[in-house]
Design a protein around this ligand. Structure first.
Ligand code: AP5
Length: 215
């Protein structure tokens, strides 16, 4: 099972992908996570991507296509893949076709999380993660049970993303509308697009995705 999770920033792609990894032994390929790791490690890709990401714009197609190619090559054919935040442009969608064929995979579903953009600004500007294990939290919707300690690993170190401020979030949304939403008809034409209400509580969104996977 290979799926794409599509939706604007804060739609819940990462949240749902993590759950799918736990429940289905799938692999999450998040170009955002890969790029953030590259920025942190100050690799040539990271140095090129840093300012672009902080401005809320899209990193070049060449870079992300190469990242996905490398990851698929390492993965081998066995486990299902969740593409989280990729593809994001028509050129990336086209490249993915070639990469799937090259690595002997086929796409089963493109799941669009439908959301209200204004609510997303609140979701994104309030989120933070455990710096040690990556567990996600939110200032209003999901605080750790003991406020200063991660529920999962007990760490007292938390972090926020550099691009999670309102101005950058609005720019990321504009990029989504201009460059990513227009790739939906490409997949619609092939009958692959399924929609889930991304404004529902997290468990309900998960249940909607489960229904699609079982269909
Ligand atoms: P990326 O890391 O992909 O960020 P994004 O698409 O902006 O998405 P987010 O990670 O912000 O949101 P999400 O949908 O995963 O939501 P989440 O589950 O965290 O990309 C970052 C940057 O990297 C881009 O701007 C670009 O520069 C670059 N980049 C990445 N991929 C690229 C590509 N392919 N091409 C070019 N450039 C690329 O949820 C958000 C919050 O809401 C959390 O706090 C969560 O707990 C909460 N939440 C989730 N679901 C719900 C719910 N149902 N109800 C209430 N709260 C919820």
């Amino acid at each position: 099972m290979n799926i794409i999770l599509l939706g604007p920033p804060g739609a819940g792609k990462g949240t749902q992908a993590s759950r799918l990894v736990k429940d289905h032994d799938m692999v999450q390929l998040s170009t955002g996570d890969m790029l953030r790791a590259a920025v942190k490690a100050a690799t040539p890709v990271g140095l090129e991507a840093k300012a672009v990401m902080e401005a809320g714009e899209l990193v070049s197609d060449d870079i992300v296509n190469r990242l996905i190619d490398d990851e698929l090559a390492q993965l081998g054919p066995v486990r299902g893949v969740i593409f989280d935040g990729y593809p994001r442009t028509a050129a990336q969608a086209e490249s993915l076709e070639g990469l799937l064929a090259k690595h002997g995979r086929k796409l089963d579903h493109v799941i669009e999380l439908e959301v209200d953009e204004d609510a997303l600004v609140d979701r994104i500007t309030g989120r933070f993660t455990c710096a040690k294990c990556g567990e996600g939290y939110h200032d209003r919707y999901k605080l750790p049970k003991i406020p200063t300690l991660c529920d999962v690993c007990g760490s007292d170190q938390f972090k926020r993303r550099a691009d999670d401020n309102e101005a950058t979030v609005r720019q990321r949304m504009a990029e989504y509308r201009a460059k990513t939403a227009p790739i939906l008809p490409f997949y619609e034409g092939r009958g692959l697009v399924k929609r889930v209400d991304g404004m529902a509580p997290i468990a309900e969104v998960s249940a909607g995705i489960e229904k699609i996977l079982a269909s």
